[in-house]
Design a protein around this ligand. Structure first.
Ligand SMILES: Cc1cc2nc3c(=O)[nH]c(=O)nc-3n(C[C@H](O)[C@H](O)[C@H](O)COP(=O)(O)OP(=O)(O)OC[C@H]3O[C@@H](n4cnc5c(N)ncnc54)[C@H](O)[C@@H]3O)c2cc1C
Length: 442
């Protein structure tokens, strides 16, 4: 069982490091600064700008897909934090402009094209870009923005903002006067921007050396497909059950179409199986993928994995396509004859629309596996659970002391997760024993 202390220590250390890095520019600016204060509001406004820019730079770190950074949290939580930090950075940067504008009319010159046209243009573009960045993320679906275009524009706008912000600081140079201070700022900005380039250029180059070939496309159930990928010229992927990869189909890994899917095969199998539900433009065409198509995988990523060294009772609360991490875990536990008790709550619309139904029936015959199917529309003669997974169903099948002895793994449609997570927490399951994987990260 994961220790609560370790979890809290990890989470707190990261939060502390984030806070220190966000306020570090203020110290960098103060060190060696001799000039007289220009009054509270001006200094406050300047401080908002420094912190806002530092937060923007750190956004690149949060989204750089480094497993060490995501380790204590998981992708969805990290991206949620990234989203919230984005709103706060927006507030700081807008606050920087507004406070300075109101504090002293001299600052109006910064946006006056007759004083300095390129500067006014760049800074106005910053205000528009950062607002657009937030609005396009918040209302992406309302604006009808395709995910891939949103992601590409998101990265480019963020690069532009950090670049102009750094140039702005150098040009104003009120606090950053020393060469070493300028070097530190430029260095940090380059590191931040470099992470995006590492992510979008270096990683695809690495993936190019390790291609896969589609060797199977099979309908699992209506609108859900199994895609089987064979490594070409390499030994394949090492991963833990429950982890996911980013999939790109086609001859080049430099594609805007890169989608995350949990691996539904087990680590001991050489070929990788992804089980994909039709949803939007990419997934709806997955059944038409031709055998022999080249594929690229980035990863593995994620923390939705059981702790195999513990003897915990693992409880999976799963809805629909959320079964992919659970099926990989079940296969893994059985293959390795692990002494792990597994209870699987699995909610689906009907028996016909239940992926891996037969396979799960086989597993449920084992002593250490307890399978509870919940059908919205049960088959005739069904005596098991029906409807949606709710508190009553959970309580009926959980062991008495589940708050102490179970690790929970929750994956499914957002309404299910939004109901189950707080319910378990309310019953006393500590957060470090609640593991969630959300398939709708943005
Ligand atoms: C960690 C993780 C694991 C997942 N595992 C599975 C799985 O095993 N099986 C499965 O069927 N689905 C899985 N998904 C969901 C899958 O990634 C999306 O359904 C798919 O990307 C939708 O693409 P689309 O173009 O068909 O749909 P769209 O209509 O374009 O998108 C629908 C929604 O999917 C998400 N999405 C779309 N494109 C991307 C992208 N490139 N990157 C991230 N999110 C995107 C967005 O929230 C979007 O609103 C997983 C998602 C995550 C985050």
């Amino acid at each position: 069982m994961k220790s609560k202390a370790k979890f809290l220590k990890n989470a707190l250390s990261w939060l502390l490091l984030f806070t220190v890095l966000v306020v570090a520019p203020l110290f960098l600016a103060i060190i060696g600064h001799q000039e007289e204060s220009r009054g509270f509001w001006i200094e406050f406004g300047v401080g908002l700008g420094f912190v806002g820019l530092a937060m923007m730079g750190l956004q690149f770190v949060l989204t750089a897909r480094y497993s060490k950074i995501g380790a204590p949290f998981g992708l969805d939580e990290l991206l949620q934090f990234h989203g919230q930090a984005g709103y706060i950075a927006w507030l700081f940067i807008m606050g920087h402009f507004i406070v300075l504008f109101l504090a002293n009319s001299d600052f109006h010159a910064f946006l006056d094209p007759t004083v300095n046209f390129p500067r006014a243009l760049a800074l106005s573009a910053v205000l528009v870009s950062i607002t657009a960045l937030i609005a396009m993320t918040h209302w992406r679906e309302k604006f009808g923005l395709i995910y891939e275009w949103w992601r590409a524009s998101h990265g480019l706008l963020a690069l532009f903002l950090v670049f102009v912000g750094t140039v702005h600081i150098m040009q104003v140079s009120h606090y950053i006067t020393e060469v070493w201070q300028q070097t530190v700022w430029i260095g940090l900005s380059l590191v931040a921007m470099g992470m995006l380039i590492h992510n979008r250029v270096w990683r695809p180059l690495q993936m190019k050396k390790r291609p896969y070939k589609v060797v199977g496309v099979e309908e699992e159930v209506d609108t859900i497909w199994n895609l089987e990928l064979e490594p070409v010229g390499h030994e394949g992927l090492q991963f833990r059950p429950g982890q996911f990869v980013w999939l790109t189909l086609g001859d080049t890994p430099f594609s805007l179409q890169q989608h995350p899917f949990t691996i539904s095969s087990a680590p001991h199998e050489k070929n990788i199986r992804l089980t994909i539900k039709e949803l939007g433009d990419f997934t709806s065409d997955v059944g038409k993928v031709e055998i022999g198509t080249t594929a690229f995988l980035e990863g593995p990523y994620g923390n939705f994995t059981i702790d195999q060294s513990s003897s915990a009772h693992n409880v999976f609360v799963i809805g629909g396509i959320g079964i992919t991490p659970a099926i990989s875990t079940l296969k893994y536990v059985l293959e390795n004859k692990l002494n792990q008790q597994i209870t699987l709550f699995f909610g689906t619309p009907s028996k016909k629309l239940t992926p891996f139904y037969d396979e799960l029936q086989e597993y449920s015959k084992l002593e250490n596996v307890n399978l509870i199917h919940i059908f919205e529309e049960p088959p005739e003669g069904w005596e098991g659970e029906t409807g949606f997974i709710d508190a009553d169903i959970l309580k009926r099948h959980l062991p008495e002391n589940f708050t102490e002895e179970c690790e929970f793994y929750i994956c499914g449609p957002p309404p299910m997760m939004d109901a189950v997570e707080p319910q378990l927490h309310e019953w006393g399951v500590p957060v470090h024993r609640l593991h969630s994987e959300r398939f709708n990260i943005v």
